[in-house]
Design a protein around this ligand. Sequence first.
Ligand code: IPE
Ligand code: IPE
Ligand code: MG
Length: 254
Amino acid sequence: MAGPESTPRLPRHLAVIMDGNGRWAERRRRPRAVGHRAGARAVNICIDFCLERGIGALTLFAFSSENWGRPQDEVGALMKLFMGALEREVEELARRGVRVRFIGERGRFSPAIVERMAAAEAHTQANSTLELAIAASYGGRWDITAAARRLASEAAAGRLDPAAIDESLLAAHLSLADLPPPDLFIRTGGDQRISNFLLWQMAYTELWFTDVLWPELDTATLQAALDDYAGRERRFGLTGAQSRQPAHAPEGAR
Ligand code: IPE
Ligand code: IPE
Ligand code: MG
């Protein structure tokens, strides 16, 4: 969002791949689940950072569609942690004005977790200080496929003319359709890839990678990402001269 010249540009929406828990534990010769537990602390650091800086939306990639294929004991440990966090953290998030939602294929979780997710969403739905989306059992391909399936059903039922399907209609059927697309993406853990995160929504997101492992995340690392972002020129396919015109609202910025 363009603010006064003196204020640094802040992302409206930050998307994060929280990676490196397993390696953090392995380096300490501990089970990978210990790394996941340590990663929970970093989640709070990241949420606090957004609240303090006034970043309006945060999407955290917690568990991918593909992560279901990990060894059963690791998946089990992650589900236990997830359940524990849902029981422990929601009240505090609610108190701080955070609105929580979960994006992903919910039917793959146990009924107890699904119930807790719905309860957390209902409990925080009137909040607006920070829009927090937890991507769990999420994949960008799943998201686009689910949107396509919904549109296809509408068309098959005769309620939608296929010729009316355009980018904005598809976008409206994706997760996070009510939020601006992520301005800044951060991935910890040293790998430089998207790993099936928000594929459509990140078409013009600025990417930032760090070798810091997720359990070691600190405010200085997040600030370094923001500082880097503030110095970038986003052109959305236009020329530099066009994109520097203040009144211009390019397509890609939505
Ligand atoms: C990210 O850490 C958390 C999940 C994917 C659930 P990893 O578990 O992928 O950690 P590394 O990448 O193996 O170190
Ligand atoms: C991406 O990390 C998913 C999450 C952090 C939840 P992965 O560790 O699963 O990604 P790859 O396998 O390294 O691409
Ligand atoms: Mg990983």
